[in-house]
Write a protein that binds this ligand. Sequence first.
Ligand SMILES: NC(=O)c1ccc[n+]([C@@H]2O[C@H](COP(=O)([O-])OP(=O)(O)OC[C@H]3O[C@@H](n4cnc5c(N)ncnc54)[C@H](O)[C@@H]3O)[C@@H](O)[C@H]2O)c1
Ligand SMILES: [Zn+2]
Ligand SMILES: [Zn+2]
Length: 342
Amino acid sequence: MKSVAIKAKKEFEVKDISEPVADGKKVIINVKYAGICGSDIHYWENGDPKGLVMGHEFSGIVEDPGDRTDLKKGDRVTALPISPCGKCEACQRGNIQYCPETWNQAVGLSVDNPGAYTSKIAVRSDMVIKVPANIKDEEVAMVEPMAVGLHAAHLGCIAVGDDVLVIGAGIIGLASATFAKKEGASFVAVTECNELRGKKSVNLGAADAYYDATDEKTVPTLLEKTHGGFDVVIECVGNSAAVNSALTLVKPGGIVVLVGVSTDAIPVYTALPVLKELVVQGAIAYNYNEFKSCIDLIANKQINVMQYLDDVVPLSKVQASFERLTSGKDAAIKILVDPNKE
Ligand SMILES: NC(=O)c1ccc[n+]([C@@H]2O[C@H](COP(=O)([O-])OP(=O)(O)OC[C@H]3O[C@@H](n4cnc5c(N)ncnc54)[C@H](O)[C@@H]3O)[C@@H](O)[C@H]2O)c1
Ligand SMILES: [Zn+2]
Ligand SMILES: [Zn+2]
């Protein structure tokens, strides 16, 4: 079957890989849609690991239910792409996101577990979730990034009336902004370098205001507007400029949630969290309940994810879609891959 795999820095190839074989344990899923994620962009930019077939945000239909007696061929499903051990202390407490095993065998993020940039995948059965009839396949493929935003908002401990700043208006920033509002924030601002994305975050109602991250007036303007800083800042970029602006724009004693991932060491002014006694809180993925909640919130129309969907592309357009998403001059936020189209 055709797949899209990493070939070199910023280069994919469409190549044939063998179909997964039913083993009575894993669930074999015929993929409907796979989302392109900001994390996939990091792997693509680094060109590493070569041969990786990405696609950890997906929807699909059960081909073989493996050892799941409650599933049958034809059921509509998604899955948490991670692989927690289930036995360690973190897993036992429900914090599967920081189990040391979680990323080793993650679907679409490890070479031995091809993701959904292909038409058929094998997924650990206990991670598979059947979805209700009132959620579209496209929406199901966007559950995973929404769950990242929900987890970030939870870790920000947002209180009703808080001022919240979200740095970066990709899907992770918009998901975080959406849930910051749901948690009761009275003012949610977004900073962005990409003006089109920034304006779009306000037009779609995810944020109340957009500020240009490249404008030197933005920091003083926001400090004045918030009388000394935001209660909570959720950083959804992962570079030095974004992390330092998070530490600058949060109020003394406030919370900075770091969601953005940098694969390199980045310079950070540590005097800021010291002098302001900040809580700097990392956020990785989601727990099982948060993932499940996002399915329910979308199905019940409490959050609108279709407004973030810009395009659906065949395998042959994945390369061009990554280039589009990294151009810095395009308003597109989420692009889904339809792996059954070449
Ligand atoms: N912690 C987790 O569990 C988790 C999960 C998924 C993604 N991520 C990470 O979160 C980050 C965001 O993901 P995404 O899918 O939204 O990515 P994305 O690339 O679509 O969005 C990032 C946005 O940040 C903007 N930006 C760049 N520099 C900026 C700055 N200095 N100030 C403000 N905005 C700036 C870019 O213009 C872009 O729109 C990525 O680093 C991704 O790897 C983390
Ligand atoms: Zn993702
Ligand atoms: Zn574990």
